[in-house]
Design a protein around this ligand. Sequence first.
Ligand SMILES: NC(=O)c1ccc[n+]([C@@H]2O[C@H](COP(=O)([O-])OP(=O)(O)OC[C@H]3O[C@@H](n4cnc5c(N)ncnc54)[C@H](O)[C@@H]3O)[C@@H](O)[C@H]2O)c1
Ligand SMILES: N[C@H](CO)Cc1c[nH]c[nH+]1
Ligand SMILES: [Zn+2]
Length: 426
Amino acid sequence: MLYKKLSELTDEERNKLVGRGGGDLADVGETVAAILKDVKHNGDSALREYTKKFDGADIEAIEVSKEEIDEAAKSVDPELLANLEFAAANIRKFHEAQMPQRIWFIEVSPGIELGQKFTALESVGAYVPGGRASYPSTALMTIVPAKVAGVKNVVMCTPPGKDGKVNPLTLAAAKVAGADHVYKIGGVQAVAGMAYGTDTVMKVDKIVGPGNVFVTSAKMQVRDMAEIDFPAGPSEVLIIADDSCNARMAASDMIAQAEHDPNAVSVIVTTSEKLAEAVKVEVLKQAKETLRTEIVNTSLENAAVLVADSMEECIVFSNEFAPEHLEIMVEDEDAVLEGIEHAGSIFVGNYAPVPVGDYASGTNHVLPTAGYARLYSGLNLAHFMKSASIQRISKQGLETLKDPVISLAEKEGLQGHADSVRTRFE
Ligand SMILES: NC(=O)c1ccc[n+]([C@@H]2O[C@H](COP(=O)([O-])OP(=O)(O)OC[C@H]3O[C@@H](n4cnc5c(N)ncnc54)[C@H](O)[C@@H]3O)[C@@H](O)[C@H]2O)c1
Ligand SMILES: N[C@H](CO)Cc1c[nH]c[nH+]1
Ligand SMILES: [Zn+2]
């Protein structure tokens, strides 16, 4: 774990932290491309082959039947099921609040009404990770908003365990969220299945959901066949803190992200040297106590405790980092919030740890990583919808537009365009 003054970072150290590519996507590009190609040409048999190779599972049926899903949901502890439903209700509420007016108009001048019509995508594939941990929460985060938007066909892919079965809680979450089909395939092969379609797997218009570096590379390579949400790779947290931050809490939030993946990144940047010292000690202590020692220790090689000269310097660094999750644990929260330009999801105050958003507050945990928060918003209702612009124009309205349109069209040498307007007045 790096421990340094922010101003003394070498270029190499800074580049490793900022825009590091979520576990170096480029390194896996060729491996991923070969799997995509194989699935494209060999369909279900390639899906079975890679499931055997990467998940150690022999699967006959690729789709999980409705009966299996119902049975799995029944087998889940009722309290856990109630907690899933609690989380789903909050996610639903937050995403329903994002619903645009389905159709609206403004009259920009007499007889010229302009508007938009929003419609849902027809089919969406939700990737739910399942390699190092299973992610029932991701089933909720991807499927609930799709259904709120009105997507007709929502399919889910997640890798099976060695016994060829999908985690029952993930199946229960798929049911609570309203998935239409569930396939027990993961990794690159799942992305390929949903992008190209196979005898079993439905081809979808868009693939959403997070995954490791292989899944993320696969999503980025199939964009000619299916749109994607954004690169949502190995998890990251950046904490901006001052003396008011509790070191034990900050350290536990760093460990929480570190336990996701060896490529996860946990960083704290603070104006307080005293806090920095305490966080370093706490992180190392908590790393020894974690259940996921190997992943956490590898991931902590990417971690950093950085001391800044001012809060302004922390904010500049944060905007350069563009973290997936940003925690603000400072006295003057509003001032820091005001300065933030790029972050996937922001958690304000000592009592807003990232895991509340991971599971149950209602915000979406599928978020851009590796600096992509500079370009993309986290998963939200708009990812499942699109809009058409509309114009409703009367003869009086066209009168206003006639001369500019005819003159511009003629200047472009497009006589037909000009005549299409002119003819309406002849
Ligand atoms: N950014 C976000 O929004 C967000 C949200 C949740 C989780 N995550 C991230 O999702 C990831 C989950 O990763 P995971 O590994 O646990 O599950 P995963 O489902 O993403 O990946 C497992 C699959 O990876 C494939 N794979 C593994 N090694 C391979 C290899 N050598 N070659 C080709 N394919 C290979 C296998 O097919 C396997 O089924 C973590 O990085 C976590 O941080 C991100
Ligand atoms: N922190 C993850 C996003 O990077 C989401 C998650 C799901 N389950 C637990 N955590
Ligand atoms: Zn998490």
